[in-house]
Design a protein around this ligand. Structure first.
Ligand code: HEM
Length: 396
């Protein structure tokens, strides 16, 4: 069999390529990229499972998520893996970026690897933003209202972007459908495409190793296969055990079903957007746009073009005083604003008038609505959501 395949495929060349030695001094921080890749696959697998039960309409989404958490075998575990996996993804990608900065691995000839990496970071944040709405609970709804309003403050195309995201003038059935499509189709295609290009560049240029390597040492380290692969797989197993423990022991929050009339709700974004949310508090009135658009846009542009802006030679971060100062200010700023955002007190949100009008899930898990007569009464574009689901379709 082996001979048959060897005669037809370049397996020996491929195996020799995998066994090529990496640079010396490669440490555990060099496994962060592989961990990010593992998490992307885990999110795709757990997301595919959740999609079997989820239904992206305001009438069914919240009940479907409750049903997954309380009735579906392993549903709560898989939802937990997906939820904590999303947070882990942000942390791991951020640490991977930091490791690239620490060893100045973004410098020539790896500028394109870096730029694709920044796009991947934005895609990861896009997953977080679009996924947050899907449970259609109070926090999902109101955080999205604020998020879309923030997008709408951008000059020239802000209104257009907000309208495209909402699918109309208000957050509703079309918005949920759009966010679901972005979360499960557009962003995954984009992510896997970008990861493909990213990995092509990584293999094409080879690992940059650490700056302390001499040119000879660049080819004197352990082989990628089996040594580095083994370390990466151990890292993935440890990460999985941590996520599984979180999924088993820390409940994933689900608030009451979204109530668009509850104007007293104090919206909070997911923790990885808290630094932006906190930043907005310092820019009120006419200065609002500085927090919503100017600073984030400048930040993203500086990050994208960092390899072309930083013209210093290759050295570890602590030997580059300017880079060290800028990186420290950014990291301390982001972590500090996140902590401030997390500790700012929540407003009282009791609104007795609207609470009574709002359909709340009962003690017993409500299966997604099954009324034969149920339709979604909306106008214009939202009328496409006039559909009925039969009992059989909803029995799962
Ligand atoms: C889903 C997100 C990402 C995935 C799956 C991913 C994956 C990887 C992998 C597997 C490697 C090779 C192993 C390593 O050096 O750790 C790598 C290297 C690299 N990544 Fe990423 N990455 C992601 C995001 C990013 C981000 C956000 C940046 C920076 C903005 C970035 C910049 C780089 C660079 C410059 C290298 C080359 C490093 C070197 O040659 O030493 N990546 N990435």
């Amino acid at each position: 069999m082996r001979q048959f395949l060897n005669e037809r495929l370049p397996l020996r060349e491929f195996s020799a390529h995998l066994r090529k030695p990496l640079p010396r001094h490669i440490n555990l921080l060099f496994s962060l990229g592989s961990l990010a890749m593992f998490l992307l696959l885990l999110q795709a697998a757990t997301g595919a499972f959740l999609a079997l039960y989820y239904s992206p309409s305001p009438e069914h989404a919240h009940n479907a998520v409750t049903y997954i958490s309380e009735e579906v075998p392993f549903g709560s575990f898989v939802r937990g893996l997906h939820h904590w996996g999303a947070s882990a993804m942000v942390v791991i990608v951020f640490l991977h970026l930091l490791r690239v900065v620490i060893y100045s691995s973004y410098k020539a000839p790896r500028e394109l690897t870096w730029i694709v990496g920044v796009l991947l970071l934005l895609v990861v944040l896009g997953f977080g933003f679009t996924g947050y709405l899907l449970p259609w609970d109070e926090k999902a709804y109101w955080a999205t209202v604020v998020g879309v309003e923030i997008a709408g403050t951008a000059p020239i195309f802000g209104d257009f972007v907000a309208k495209i995201l909402r699918g109309g003038t208000e957050i509703g059935a079309v918005t949920l459908s759009r966010f679901y499509a972005l979360h499960t189709i557009w962003l995954p295609w984009l992510a896997f495409g970008l990861v493909g290009v990213h990995l092509f560049f990584v293999r094409y240029y080879g690992s940059s190793g650490t700056p302390q390597n001499t040119p000879e040492e660049m080819k004197m380290g352990k082989p990628f296969y089996p040594d580095q692969v083994f370390e990466d797989v151990v890292g993935m197993l440890i990460l999985f055990v941590v996520l599984a423990a979180a999924a088993l022991f820390i409940p994933v929050p689900l608030e009451d079903i979204a109530d668009p009339t509850n104007a007293n709700y104090d919206p909070r974004p997911e923790w990885y957007f808290l630094f932006l949310f906190q930043l907005l508090k310092y820019f009120q009135g006419p200065l609002e746009i500085v927090g919503t658009f100017v600073i984030p846009t400048i930040g993203i542009l500086l990050l994208l073009f960092l390899p072309f802006l930083d013209r210093s030679g290759r050295a570890v971060l602590w030997k580059r005083p300017v880079a060290l100062a800028v990186t420290s200010v950014c990291v301390v700023g982001i972590v500090g604003l996140t902590l401030l955002g997390a500790s700012s007190p929540k407003l009282e949100t009791t609104d007795t008038t609207t609470a009574q009008e709002t359909p709340q899930p009962t003690e017993e898990v409500q299966k997604p609505a099954t009324s034969d007569t149920e339709t979604v009464e909306t106008e214009g574009e939202e009328a496409v959501f006039d559909f009925q689901l039969t009992d059989e379709e909803l029995e799962f």
